[in-house]
Design a protein around this ligand. Structure first.
Ligand code: CA
Length: 187
């Protein structure tokens, strides 16, 4: 069996989002993290983070991550989606990412967010607000760890798009950290 870790900057320890793309109230923070020192932080409004990557067809996918609510009660769920696309090349989105990386992470306007290609399958999972533990104190803090079976990538899969979103404004900020997409060959 062959496995690959498909997310890049999975732990946010670069202190930047690159190559994640963030929208709305989403920051990279070193106040309180689930692992290491840095984490993605969503809130107080709505927001999401998203990453595109290479994926092969007919592989089994898992999503690992940690989540916590900083210093109070979560009132928003956390929604995870993993989309599989058939487009073999990266579009404007990826070129933008490369350009941003070369420029040292300088601000560039966000590109058109729609990926090229056809959506083949969507895996979606919601962590209810009531299940997200309140965390605080010295970093790293004890977040809730998930290990989701996201099923098989369909025929013609060439790329994934992973999104974590806080869809409801208000409540404690959510931290999401140590995000790994694991692709395995099926025995
Ligand atoms: Ca981290």
């Amino acid at each position: 069996m062959v496995f690959k870790l498909r997310t890049r900057n999975a732990e946010f320890e670069t202190g930047t989002f690159i190559p994640w793309v963030a929208s709305g109230d989403a920051t990279v923070s070193d106040d309180v993290a689930c692992s290491g020192f840095w984490t993605a932080r969503l809130g107080p409004g709505t927001g999401y983070i998203q990453q595109d990557g290479v994926a092969y067809p007919n592989r089994s996918f898992e999503i690992e991550f940690r989540v916590g609510a900083v210093g109070g009660l979560a009132t928003s769920p956390l929604v995870v989606t993993l989309d599989f696309y058939d487009e073999p090349t990266f579009g404007q989105f990826f070129q933008w990412e490369q350009q941003r990386e070369r420029s040292g992470g300088a601000y560039l306007p966000l590109p058109e967010p729609q990926p090229k290609g056809r959506l083949l399958r969507r895996f979606s999972f919601t962590v209810p607000a009531a299940d997200i533990p309140t965390v605080g104190g010295a970093t790293p803090v004890g977040c809730l760890k998930f290990d989701l079976d996201a099923g098989l990538s369909p025929n013609n899969t060439r790329r994934f798009r992973l999104t974590f979103s806080k869809p409801v404004a208000g409540g404690a900020d959510l931290i999401v950290d140590a995000i790994h997409v694991i692709e395995r060959t099926v025995p």
